[in-house]
Design a protein around this ligand. Structure first.
Ligand code: FAD
Length: 411
């Protein structure tokens, strides 16, 4: 059966993907008086049974001005709420091969990026979207294909295994790097497309909070009757980097006072570490201070348990199927994470798309064409900057003093 939302009194948008970009898009469209149908192949991440699952890709990420402007454009009060639960990172902290740390501020005026819990942010966006009566969220619905002639979109309801079809005035593909919407658009119009996997794989590790020593904790709890608060093991207002030329470790703070580390290395280096002894020897040589912060047992456990994921950079020559559909976020421009801008750029997509929709009321085709003209070249540029920043983070951030010291050692 085809659900014909086109008969509704307001224009209808079907958004595919309830990741951060799709959920933010739902809020914007709701405020512009669209009937919004948001489809997500997974189940609701807020359900208790999903709380321990890694619903998304990484545990935390950097939210920057570009993304914050996107949030503010949806709702200033909501943006303030999000910003009250982030940790500002005012600069990088470079860890050299002996564990010495060097702080490099991002900006003399104090401008900074912010560490945010990705799962929490996604859930807040979904809850905000659902607070609008004109937003309908359909979990466990996987987009299968698009019939562009009749504006009909076909889904598998994975809870019932039924096929469900809908009609909508506009289709928004926020369905991530392996976008079905993008693939379906490419069957209809010529789209130049590139997909480039870099020779780096990532794996997440944890630096736990530090609890006060027994004597300090005993005296504190005797005085206050409350358990002593844990501390961060490292300065929480820095993005920590262990740059090692061809590979690197980074760490971002979490509000529970832990850090999430991400190890980026060529796959061959991961493959070479097959036993706990090999792993510890490698870490003690390359990241000696990190071994202490993470702890040997945790390092071994997490390294061998956690997935090792590839990194892809995607460009498409158009993000629009004229008059009918648009791809946003990773669906349009997945990028390597080294510029910390993938989600931020996706939020910017949503804000700019709505500038064009507001400038062209009732004229979706003109708004989409103007959006595409402005946005595609910017998306390509930010993908290139992200690739460039991989060099910068794993090698360029090494100060002259550090490089000189290394050279002296080598001599
Ligand atoms: P996604 O988050 O991929 O969401 C897409 C959604 O669509 C998913 O929920 C998926 O289940 C759903 N979906 C897919 N196919 C279908 C279908 N057929 N039908 C229905 N639903 C479907 N970005 C930053 O801005 N700052 C950072 O610091 C940062 N750090 C990163 C670190 C790492 C290690 C990685 C890998 C990425 C990082 N990023 C960062 C990038 C960021 O994660 C992505 O850009 C962001 O998640 C993109 O959001 P999205 O909503 O476009 O796509």
């Amino acid at each position: 059966m085809v659900q014909d939302y086109l008969e509704a009194s307001m224009p209808t948008v079907a958004i595919i993907g309830a990741g951060p970009v799709g959920a933010l898009a739902a809020i914007y469209f709701a405020q512009s008086n669209y009937a919004v149908h948001l489809y997500e192949l997974r189940s609701d991440p807020r359900l208790p049974e999903n709380q321990l699952k890694n619903f998304s890709k990484s545990i935390n990420l950097a939210l920057s001005d570009r993304g914050i402007e996107g949030l503010k454009g949806a709702d200033k009060e909501f943006a303030r709420k999000i910003m009250s639960d982030v940790i500002p990172m005012h600069g990088r902290m470079i860890h050299d091969g002996k564990g010495k740390q060097e702080s490099q501020l991002y900006d003399i005026h104090g401008r900074h990026i912010n560490a945010v819990d990705r799962g929490w942010l996604n859930e807040e966006l979904l809850t905000k979207a659902e607070s609008f009566p004109n937003v309908h969220v359909h979990f466990k619905h996987k987009l299968l294909r698009c019939d562009w002639d009749s504006n009909t979109y076909h889904f598998r309801n994975t809870a019932t295994n039924e096929e469900v079809s809908i009609k909508a005035d506009l289709l928004v593909g926020a369905d991530g790097a392996h976008s079905v919407v993008r693939n379906q658009m490419m069957r209809r119009i010529p789209i130049s497309f590139s997909q480039h996997y870099i020779d780096s794989t990532w794996c997440e590790l944890t630096i736990p909070p530090v609890f006060p020593t027994f004597s300090a904790s005993l005296s504190t709890s005797l005085q206050t009757q409350t358990p002593p608060a844990p501390n961060f093991a490292l300065n929480p207002n820095r993005l920590h980097i262990w740059p090692r030329q061809t590979f690197m470790l980074i760490a971002l703070p979490n509000t529970d006072r832990s850090f999430t580390c991400t190890l980026f290395m060529p796959q061959a280096m991961f493959d070479a570490l097959t036993t706990p002894a090999e792993l510890l020897t490698f870490f003690e040589k390359e990241f000696p201070d990190a071994v202490g912060y993470i702890g040997k047992d945790r390092l071994v456990h997490e390294f061998f348990r956690n997935p090792k994921e590839p990194l892809v950079s995607i460009k498409a020559s158009t993000h629009v199927l004229p008059g009918r559909a648009v791809i946003l976020g990773d669906a349009a421009h997945a990028m390597v994470p080294f510029y910390g801008q993938g989600m931020n750029a996706g939020f910017e997509d949503v804000r700019i798309l709505h500038e064009h929709l507001r400038a062209n009321p009732g004229d979706i085709p003109t708004a989409l064409a103007a959006y595409d003209k402005e946005r595609v070249k910017d998306a390509h540029a930010i993908c290139d900057l992200a690739l460039h920043n991989y060099e910068e983070m794993r090698a360029g951030v090494n100060s002259r003093a550090y490089l000189l010291r290394k050279k002296t050692e080598e001599w």
